[in-house]
Design a protein around this ligand. Sequence first.
Ligand code: HEM
Length: 755
Amino acid sequence: MINDDQSQTNGDDITIPGAPGVEPASLEEPTSPRPPLPPKPDQSAPVIGTATGKRLDAEPDARAQASTYLTTSQGVRMPDTDHSLKAGPRGPVLIQDHHLREKITHFDHERIPERVVHARGTGAHGVFRSYGTAANISRAAFLAADAETEVFVRFSTVVGFRGSPDAVRDTRGFAVKFYTDEGNFDLVGNNMPVFFIQDAIKFPDVGHAAKPEPAREIPQAQSAHDTFWDFVSLHTEAQHHVMWQMSDRGIPRSYRMMEGFGIHTFRLVDIDGKTTLVKFHWKPKLGAHSLIWEEAQMVNGADPDYHRRDLYDAIESGAFPEYELGIQTFPDTEDQMFEGIDLLDPTKIVPEELAPVQPIGLLTLNAAPTNFFAEVEQVAFHPGHLVPGIDVTNDPLLQGRLFSYIDTQITRLGGPNFAQIPVNRPHVETNDMLRDGLHQHAVHAGNAPYKPNSIDGGCPFMIGAAGEGAYVEVPEAVHGDKVRESPATFEDHFSQARLFWRSMTRVEQAHIINAYTFELGKCYEKGVKERQLVALANIDAKLCASVAAGLGLHVPDPTVSITDAAPSPALSQLGKSWPVDGRVVGIIVDENTDLSELEAVRHAIDEQGMLPLVIAATGGELVGTDGTAISVQRSLLTAKSVEFDAVIFGGAPPVPGPAPTFSSASVDAKVAAGETAKPGAGSGIDPRVRMLFDEAFRHAKVIGAWGDGIQVLDGVTGPGIVTTEGSTEVVTELVPLLAEHRVWKRLRAPGVTVA
Ligand code: HEM
């Protein structure tokens, strides 16, 4: 197994993503001076332009460090960065050491405040191609037929801190910055089409309730605690969003497999000023899929960066995530209602069956950032970044957002000039007359940054309302008394939560019951649990009774009369087939696995656009008799079932014998207990392999086996378990099963629990 010349595998024609650098690291510290290495091919960076939007003709890495030799920030070459300047080798450090002080001072200030919400995120570059199908209702240039627009996308969780794990139960942010020819347009949405509150004035309340409790600052990145449930059970307009969060949508499998929603109703404006109300939807080409709760909890321990890694690995291996942008359209009537649904209420959806989602363009994410901090951490989205042809409505949640984002970014990004940070710069020229302030990157010329002026020749000039690219707000009539009130139509808090519940399949409903029971089960206050049960009674009697049974509490009566809306099958994630691009398949092998068969399986997986990862007893390489070598990506110590969408057993690694030297296996209790823990046909097989099988089975994953690998199955058969004589046939049979995401039938089988 051990091959000292592992360079052989560098010629592997299947890209295994995740290597940190563009070249393999050498064993010895390199000492021959050479310029900095270029970025990896899967990376991109904000376009090169000045702080005022002028495009420059420069290489994408023009902003990267360039000197072959270490310098200070002033460009002075330093011969030594390992030792402070001291009065003799054993003497005190001299305050004169400017290099020490600059290095430490900069390090001391490397962290900036994290976002107050959505702190944990992941971003990527891409391109949006418009189909032109919205061009008849919006004059936005980027929605014209075949227009291509560069974009930057940031996905996020809401509640957790910046270092929190990815696979927590939470809402996900889905923020897209379109660098259009008419300025930047930001679509700052979530993966759920509704929000907890109807009025932005409640945002600090829901934020304080959901974040870790202030006394002990726990729990991290969870809604499973008293203050969250205290708030949402009292402020019942949150119940619809809570239902989404308790559903499988709260634990997406991947950012690549997540829908996005603009939530609010926006207003599109055509070339003649005619308006149409719309709701924006992002539909992933791979379909919307989720983790199972037990799997999510394991993921957070095994790989807290699960969603971030998944996104970047997919991009690096060429499985570019794609999402279709769609709109639901509604006539811009005076009452702004559609089929009895108030379009200004952000706690309501319009079912797709009533207003179909019409595709208007395709977003493709094709490059990872070059520098995470510079791009993903410093990107600043704002729902008020609009372009001609797109306007807001009076949704009171959206109205408050229009104030909040710039305000918070002034603190987070250290002053008012964050629009000049490369990732935030528009890709068109600007002349905003904004001046000075912290971190001013532009060197503005002229002497008259005010209007009107004659000193600077009158520049900048006003385009005029009819001019090309002019942003003109829709002249909507405003009337009424000044009041702190919501419209009466905002008072229905339960009917759409019920609509969602009734649209779910049995498996999905079972997951929702378990999620409520888990989350409320983590609360200490009985009164809070009882109050939330009343909210559930107002949604559905069976849901309420099931959760109450799990909590060991009485079933309360509803306090409102329950109204039924027709279910919306489009809300369920089950029942269709989807492309398998970027799915991760683990192949478990042992010493006897035929390497030519393994190679054929790897290529069969790769040809389907999926990622094959080889799992063996130890790391290193598998070397055939002819000297060919196949890299091992995971050992039995580093592999976890939750990393894989499907597992294939091409061997049955045995319980390791007594280790000749210290090894992880020799101190692993599972391995030590291996012979006795699992009596029957499975004995003799490394228990970590059995555990991998058991977990994959429990989480309804597709499982395949050929040759000796069939032994691992221990005679278990049933839906989603594929055994074949030959090796590559296993892949052929596995693909259509994987296209359904999970083996749902296994979860429905009698005696098998659904959670
Ligand atoms: C429909 C409701 C809302 C949605 C879909 C939404 C979505 C988002 C998203 C996706 C982000 C992360 C952006 C990024 O990745 O950088 C974000 C951040 C933020 N949101 Fe919202 N949000 C909503 C409501 C609100 C409200 C009502 C407020 C306050 C009035 C608010 C204040 C903020 C703030 C302060 C940030 C941090 C921004 C930053 O530091 O750059 N959000 N929101």
